[in-house]
Design a binder for this molecule. Structure first.
Ligand code: LLP
Length: 432
């Protein structure tokens, strides 16, 4: 019925998440409010892990891409579920450290890690650093030598997947700020440099082709290209690559008409490609890493707002203003990303009103969506925007000095704050 299994409607006609009445949550914790369902997050983690066991004999690791939503409680859940972690900054790494996340299961990404961040990774003994470029390789080699350590690395590769056949936000093509290109010979040269480098152990390769991708084909294609590159490396140097990290990017349902495939289908099809290509090229089956972010936390989250002014511009459109906006969800402003919204206290009623949902920032582009169908709405109603668990809290800002909302985690009867609401004091905390 809804875009996420975590959502339902109770006898009062109120929207529920994880069985909890969202109107009551809004009353208890205030709005705007991010709410996440712990069971839904755990279900996704388990589904990915199970598919790795089932289709690839467990010879791999599912690492949660923490950029989708990073805080201590989420890192803790992911740790308990036995997943690894993708971090992309010292801040995400530091957060993981706070919950004693097993460092050997961490992949440290980024196209411009600072020397301080690389030192931090060496000091924490992060499992793998995903090296993006040659200057980084040199820097890491020097830093590792200074610490008398060996850095275990993966190379970020642009597999050059043709975007014209697949309409998604791409990062795998040659014109991307991330990684080494295959076509130019740059990637092979980097592999040779790494094999020769001091204090560096090249364990594997990584690629990430984009985000919110529907369909298996782009992933199958990427896996094929990457295994063939592993074969090329073996042919050219005799060196066996042991690990293949295929990134994340699996699409989720934001709108009722979206129809993503079951998450385990990705692993099924990718593992078949990997197995057959490895056989064809005569290389060992690599340890596979998957890095889902959005699909672990996205469907598990909603945002609750209180509706303020309803402004009808006759013959044009009706704006409804909410007490949040681009500060807590910049995705419409940035990417015109569409969401489903529901008047939480009227969730049982039909959607009969077309509105543009406007945030409270001093900016015309501060919208959550245009032409959205919702229930008849008035000031004081609670508006729920669905599937906001990924890339909302993590991309939030204090634009217009608006404090960030709290994050509440529901788990059956339990509802607890996992990130406190910012106060006005927080807003001036670092001002001198
Ligand atoms: N691994 C790497 C190396 C990545 O760069 C990303 C996402 C992921 C894994 C996880 O991808 P996911 O499964 O979440 O699609 N802010 C954008 C999304 C940017 C994704 C960046 N990288 C948005 O709000 O749609």
């Amino acid at each position: 019925m809804f875009v996420s299994d975590a959502l339902n409607v109770n006898q009062l006609g109120h929207l529920t998440i994880g069985g909890r009445d969202t109107v009551e949550l809004a009353r208890t914790f205030g709005t705007p409010l991010y709410v996440m369902d712990e069971q839904e997050i755990r279900r996704s983690c388990r589904s990915y892990r199970k598919s790795m066991e089932e289709f690839y004999h467990g010879h791999g690791l599912v690492a949660y891409a923490s950029k989708a939503m990073c805080c201590k409680a989420i890192c803790q859940i992911v740790k308990e579920e036995g997943l690894g972690l993708d971090v992309v900054s010292g801040g995400e790494l530091y957060t993981a450290r706070q919950v004693d996340f097993p460092m050997e299961k961490i992949f440290f990404h980024g196209n411009n890690k600072t020397p301080e961040e690389l030192m931090m990774a060496l000091e924490y003994e992060v499992g793998h650093i995903v090296v993006d470029n040659l200057p980084e390789l040199e820097l890491l080699s020097q830093l590792a030598a200074s610490q008398k350590k060996t850095a275990h690395i993966l190379f970020r590769i642009k597999p050059g997947i043709d975007a014209h056949t697949h309409n998604f936000v791409r990062t795998g093509q040659i014109d991307s700020k991330f990684g080494f290109a295959l076509e130019t010979g740059e990637a092979m040269a980097a592999v040779k440099a790494a094999i020769a480098a001091e204090n560096i152990q090249l364990d594997g390769l990584h690629c990430h082709i984009g985000s919110q991708i529907f369909g298996k084909e782009p992933f199958e294609l990427a896996a094929k290209v990457m295994v063939n590159f592993i074969g090329d490396i073996k042919d050219a140097t005799g060196y066996e690559i042991k690990m293949l990290n295929l990134g994340g990017g699996y699409g989720i349902k934001y709108l009722p008409e979206h129809d993503p495939i079951e998450y385990d289908q990705y692993m099924l099809s990718v593992s078949e490609v990997v197995k057959s290509e490895c056989q064809a090229r005569g290389v060992q089956l690599p340890f596979i890493v998957m890095e889902p972010g959005r699909s672990i936390v996205g469907p598990a989250g909603i945002t609750l707002y209180t509706v303020g002014a309803v402004k009808e511009i006759p013959g044009i459109r009706t704006y409804i203003s909410i007490d949040g906006g681009m500060g807590d969800n910049p995705r419409y402003a940035l990417y015109q990303s569409e969401y489903e919204a529901i008047v939480a206290n009227k969730a049982g009623e039909p959607k009969s009103m077309r509105v543009t949902v406007a945030g409270k920032c001093c900016e015309s582009g501060d919208l959550i969506g245009e032409g959205m169908m919702i229930q008849q709405v008035q000031a004081g109603d609670i508006l729920a925007v669905l599937a906001t668990g990924a890339y909302n809290y993590s991309m939030s800002s204090n634009y217009n000095r608006i404090p960030k909302p709290a994050v509440v985690l529901v788990n059956g009867e339990d509802a607890r704050v996992i990130v406190k609401r910012e106060t006005m004091e927080d807003i001036v905390r670092n001002d001198l």
